[in-house]
Design a protein around this ligand. Sequence first.
Ligand SMILES: [Zn+2]
Length: 368
Amino acid sequence: MRALRICDCLAPGAAGRLASLGVAAFLAAASGLAPAVADPVKPPLPEKAPKEPAAAKDLFGAENRPANLASRSIGFYSKGCLAGAKELPIDGPNWQAMRLSRNRNWGHPRLIRLVEKLARDAAEKDGWPGLLVGDLAQPRGGPMTSGHASHQVGLDVDVWLNPMPDRRYSYEEREKVSAVSMLKDTLSVDPNIFTPEHVKLIKRAASYREVDRVGVNPAIKLALCRAEGGDKPWLKKVQMWPGHHYHMHIRIKCPPDSAGCKGQSPPTNTSCAAAEKWYRDTKAYLERPKKPKPPEVAKREKPEKPKRQVMLSELPKACRAVLAAAPAGTPPLRDIVTPSRKPDNRADASGAAAAAPAARPQAAPSHQ
Ligand SMILES: [Zn+2]
């Protein structure tokens, strides 16, 4: 299958910032004062106006709100779109959504339910402190301007492999805190970071019937195989994907309500023997005798080919209707109260946010 890229990069110094913010919040909580960190409310989204003919990623990336249609995943995971998306609340009893500025916490209602169920089961049955949830899909799915080949039909979610802290992250922290790599080196997980609780969490995710597959780094797959003592039915759903050492990628099956959703053939190459083979081959490659470097020859500079863009016409036809549909829910606050019309005595967006921490400027959409 196609390699699926990830997009969460480590921000240099993020760990240090997190530690200092953590201490500040702890001290504030202990002293009974309001926490010093800002509340994680999604800010109004910037205006985007793609020009026609635009690449599909620009058209879908410009949509702030879901299409007011019945929920339906249309097309294939890496070539499609999403009607009637539901939003994953940015906070739940056992999860926090990260990278809120991307506005990618949308999915088919089945995916939202899956995330909520995994968060609850992992906390109640496996002792996992809670999920940090990365990207799901854009409000109308479709290709993204950055980061992923898939996540287009609202059936994919990235779940970070570091557990949720026992406090609520601020908006800033959700932008900057880095996911933690599970690897010690290319070949193996770090046993100080990757624990039996991680095995339970990934097993829990892979064991749900609606889950089609889970993508993790080959070294993580190998660690799972060794922890389980060899092949197990749930491990058949866990595939070796490059990257994916900061998060696992959970993909669910096409929902029954989604005519035009294209499923994927069952995962292959998922035996523990395949993981051991990956280990041997990669080790041999890394330890191969290095050839002496040939003398430098001046290379003629080749102009870089621009990447071909996927156009709207290449997506399923129904995706046009998804783009054209009226938006569900109320518009972002920016569109309701423009600064020129705003009464002076009314709290602005940040003031309102401070007064009601759990609310967000875009009122909760009323779609089903
Ligand atoms: Zn992913």
